[in-house]
Unconditional design. Structure first.
Length: 170
């Protein structure tokens, strides 16, 4: 099981970025996202996407990150620009274990670095946590997320131009 833990979510400032982190987590193969700040609107948005496009993805807001990390059974991976290179650490991660991927919204407290099994750098330049999460999940799955079947009410059909969507009754 792959779970993403988003810490430092500020509703007034981070709603679009946290929504995008949730969408990337779902599309790129994570099973769940946990967000520290309670945000009913965010939960509704992601659940609406799941209902339309499929998947068994789960979202929960208003959780205690310290409790999640303390009780985690598996690998804890913190995505940061200050960590070890992705290419070096991705090989060490046991994919048979549960994986908790931590991404921050604001400055991440030092205890996260200490509790993580791996502090992983997706490059050493400032960039978005959305990009870091997408790249990490892509490498973790060796690009296999792209072939995942979602079986939702709506399915987008790749096309050279225009939008092709199949809508199924469920």
């Amino acid at each position: 099981m792959i779970t993403v833990l988003r810490i430092g979510h500020r509703i007034y400032r981070d709603k679009r970025i946290t929504t995008h982190c949730s969408l990337v987590a779902r599309a790129f193969g994570a099973d769940k996202i946990l967000i520290d700040t309670f945000d009913k609107k965010l939960e509704e948005t992601i659940k609406s996407t799941i209902k339309r496009f499929g998947n068994n993805f789960n979202i929960k807001t208003g959780i205690d990150p310290k409790k999640i990390i303390k009780n985690w059974d598996g690998n804890i991976i913190h995505l940061t620009m200050y960590g070890e290179k992705l290419e070096k650490t991705i090989k060490k991660i046991d994919k048979k274990n549960n994986i908790l991927i931590i991404i921050g919204a604001e400055k991440v407290p030092p205890w996260i670095y200490e509790k993580a099994d791996y502090n992983v750098s997706i490059g050493n330049q400032p960039h978005s946590e959305v990009a870091a999460l997408a790249i990490f999940l892509d490498r973790l799955s060796n690009g296999k997320w792209i072939d995942k079947k979602f079986r939702g009410k709506m399915k987008i059909i790749p096309s050279k131009s225009g939008k092709k969507v199949i809508t199924r009754d469920k």
